[in-house]
Design a protein around this ligand. Sequence first.
Ligand SMILES: Nc1ncnc2c1ncn2[C@@H]1O[C@H](COP(=O)(O)OP(=O)(O)OP(=O)(O)O)[C@@H](O)[C@H]1O
Ligand SMILES: [Mg+2]
Length: 583
Amino acid sequence: MYFIIIIIGYLLKGILPIANLLSIQYLVSEIETRSLSHTLQISAVFPLILVMFCGLLISSLIEYSDKLFQIALINQLQTLIVLQTSTFNLADFENPQVHNQLKRVQNDSIDRPIQIYKELINFLSSMVTLCSSIAILIAFRWWILLILIVSPLASFYSLLRFTQIQYVAKKKRAPLQRKSRYINYLLTNEKSFKEIVLYQLSDYFTAKYKSIFDIFYKEDKYLAKKRINLYLSFQVISTLFIAIALIMIIQISWQEKLLVGSIYALVQAVLLTNQNINTVSQGLISLCDHNLYLDELFAFFNINHKQENSGMLLRESGVRADATIECIEFKNVSFAYPDQKELALKDVSFKMKRGESLALVGRNGSGKTTVIKLLTGLYEDFKGDILINSISIRNYNKETLYDRIGVIFQDFVQFDFSVRENIGFGSIGHLELDARIWESAQLTGVDKVIRDLPNQLEQQLGRNFEGGIQLSGGQWQKIAISRALFKDADVYVLDEPSSFLDPESEKQVFRQFQNFINDRLCLYISHRYTSVLYADKILVLDKGQIVEEGTHQELIKSRGLYYDLFSDEINTFQEALVTNDAR
Ligand SMILES: Nc1ncnc2c1ncn2[C@@H]1O[C@H](COP(=O)(O)OP(=O)(O)OP(=O)(O)O)[C@@H](O)[C@H]1O
Ligand SMILES: [Mg+2]
């Protein structure tokens, strides 16, 4: 609606200079013809006044609709970008190219669309003015037009070629630009701040950042120089052509004894034509200049995901996971991360049933987290199959499946929201159930911390927003575990749930957890072997393969990798105790 008003407004605005010109011509001619009788009618001024009023009206209308349209445009675009982003899957986010594309599109979408819009609309309005001033000139002597357009056409051609050179140069910059953005992020981000200060990296990064900009500056300076030289030389030539056109018009007018008003109108038409040819060609050139952004924007919206249904917006189709999960089975699962040759999991097979707890142990990088990522459907291009209640995970409707799985990842999120939200996000439909939130908090012991907070459940957490309170690493982790437990799930998956917990809290969490999960499935990963002692089954992973499985006793007996890892941990404790005794 606003857009239509704007288009009509700008079209009318384009006619205004010509209307203005004609009304002045009329006024001047009236003055000239009536000067002998001194009887200038008031009506001679009317057209000019009318044009002025119309101008005022159109400008106000445009100004009003313009503002609203610009806000709507940006909001709409930002929403579309967010929507497109929510179709991304984990593989997309881990792909630096896609990730950077997203960042660039987000950054540029703040003012670029407005610039493009303004240039388009000005272009439109100038086109109207240009057409009408050309019409006046053609009606007088068509060949004057030829004199006027020779130089701008040449200038347009060479500037266009120049823009292409500039486009290529800017596109080449992308990798360096990505690096500078990353350094900027490091320098301005709370998480990296501590290490940057302690390792005194600030100068190093600042210098790197500056050196990238120095390179850009040099390039830009060279391009700007080239552009201004081109522009100036064509402008000088163009001005000479205008002078020729004007001289010819005045000579013809003398010969044909034209009225002063008509001469004025012709001179103005020449000037308007020249001015608008420039505006139109500049507009075209800068629209080409925006190519880079538009290319990127369209490419962004056309990103096709390798896996269709593992984005944030979940697929509607698929088998609904309505039945309680009784059994999970990994059948010869092998998997390599996108663009990686090495397999992260090799022929992994295991089975777990309701009421069973399964522990995954192994060295760093052995593939434990990867098992969880596959079990939660974050990647689907694995070989073999993962069956949940004997149905392949690939066939499930993810939305209903996720309702049945409670997960806490190793790199869990600290939401800078209230305590209620941090725990309640586990089951977003039950955000208002205070008793259940407290219950989940109690399971990890974080309820005591919450009771001491000034606003209890409504307490804003984190340092990003006003009134936020920062928790310790362990307290955040307890909140995250409570979030997973808040969901009334069939399967609980915990990746290193105790990495930040003190031994006492860890024991409490595990004890509570054992009671809590009695008839559900639980898969947990821990590097503390004392925590997995009571698991019904322990799987030992090494380089992506299951090398041993059994209960703690069985694995100790078989004296394999588990025995080595377990005794390493015990020996460390014992050595520490002996050293303390010796003191
Ligand atoms: N997003 C990823 N892209 C590519 N490779 C990855 C990715 N995540 C993990 N890997 C690789 O996959 C292998 C297994 O990683 P995984 O995170 O499953 O190990 P882990 O057993 O959980 O280790 P940790 O005990 O350190 O948490 C590692 O060699 C790692 O380098
Ligand atoms: Mg891990």
